[in-house]
Design a protein around this ligand. Structure first.
Ligand code: 3HC
Length: 295
């Protein structure tokens, strides 16, 4: 499979990442299937794409016609077999849990065309382990987007132990066709490049508050104005989902050792289901408060 053979992309999972990836693929002119396990979840994702495309059109980053054409290229679906039966590339963005992902791959390996490439948007999990539940480990790699996909330029293209050069080339070309900048990650290590750096940063920020060194807003001000990141560490954790950061840390802790052990402050938030913006409350309050309150 090379880039010229790719016309249809199936995106599995319509959450923050899935719907954003589907949007970017549709904007690049691909026919896109957006799939989740319930009608309501697919509909939510679809509406968020509509919102985002309208926003881009309002800001003249897209014409109204381009926005309309992009949304028309997206077919929302729940049935998994139907969702992947015509796919040239499947981009999977289901929850960051190894067993859930393996279950999905075992199933779609039967339903998707033999030549289709499987690309996982996993934030940290082993590409090799995931690929080995399929009969197409050579056609399997990581394609890791960043939130929000429509705004973030980078895509990590991650090689598993069995991934062919042809597959990596095709997915890198696909990232370029989606107007992204791919970086190839040569080894299948937990957290790849970005999360290996970014998630420990969020964890260290949480330890500073846990140890009563500074408040959440003070740490965030420092992250933004001294270290120069576009968001504070806690704002970013709320934005990507504290549960996502927690799962990445937990996996890196298992695979790489205790220096990645999640801070109790993060664990408490995950246990209380306060994941950040998506649940209305995280380190900041997005329902009654004004969201992040960083000077
Ligand atoms: N589509 C369209 N518009 C969007 C949007 C989207 N998906 N998301 C936000 N916007 C709009 C907002 O509504 C706002 O509109 P308004 O001006 O009408 O109110 C506008 O964009 C804000 O854009 P600005 O450029 O003015 O704002 P910023 O300069 O603050 O940029 C940002 C926003 C690009 C999100 C920036 O804050 C940023 O880069 N943050 C860091 C994000 C980051 O690091 N992401 C990676 C996280 S790690 C990850 O995803 C990996 C995972 O595995 C954990």
């Amino acid at each position: 499979m090379d880039i010229d053979d790719i016309t249809t992309i199936s995106v599995l999972g319509a959450g923050n990442m899935g719907h954003g990836i589907a949007e970017v693929a549709a904007m690049a002119g691909y026919d896109v299937v957006l799939r989740d396990i319930e009608e309501e979840l697919v509909q939510d994702g679809y509406e968020q794409i509509e919102w985002s495309l309208n926003k881009l059109a309002e800001k003249d980053q897209l014409t109204d016609e381009e926005a309309e054409a992009a949304i028309e290229r997206i077919t929302p679906l729940v049935d998994l077999e139907e969702a992947v039966s015509d796919a040239d590339v499947v981009i999977e963005a289901v929850p960051e849990v190894m067993d859930i992902k393996k279950e999905v791959y075992t199933e779609i390996d039967e339903y998707a065309p033999e030549e289709a490439i499987f690309a996982t948007n996993t934030s940290s999990l082993s590409i090799t382990d995931l690929s080995e539940v399929t009969d197409r480990a050579e056609q399997f790699c990581g394609m890791h987007f960043f939130n929000p996909p429509v705004r973030m330029d980078l895509v990590e293209v991650v090689s598993g132990a069995h991934t062919s050069g042809e597959t990596l080339d095709a997915i890198e070309d696909l990232a370029v066709a989606m107007d992204k900048t791919p970086v190839r990650v040569r080894k299948d290590v937990p957290g790849f490049i970005v999360n290996r750096i970014l998630v420990p940063l969020m964890n260290e920020a949480a330890w500073l508050v846990e140890d009563d060194v500074a408040s959440i807003a003070e740490v965030d001000s420092t992250t933004k104005f001294d270290i120069g990141l576009p968001m504070g560490s806690f704002e970013l954790a709320d934005y990507v989902g504290i549960d996502v950061g927690y799962h990445v840390l937990d996996y890196m802790n298992d695979e790489l050792g205790q220096r990645y052990e999640p801070c109790p402050l993060m664990v408490e938030k995950v246990e209380a289901e306060q994941y950040g913006q998506k649940s209305g409350e995280g380190f900041y309050d997005y329902e009654d408060g004004d969201g992040a309150d960083v000077p």
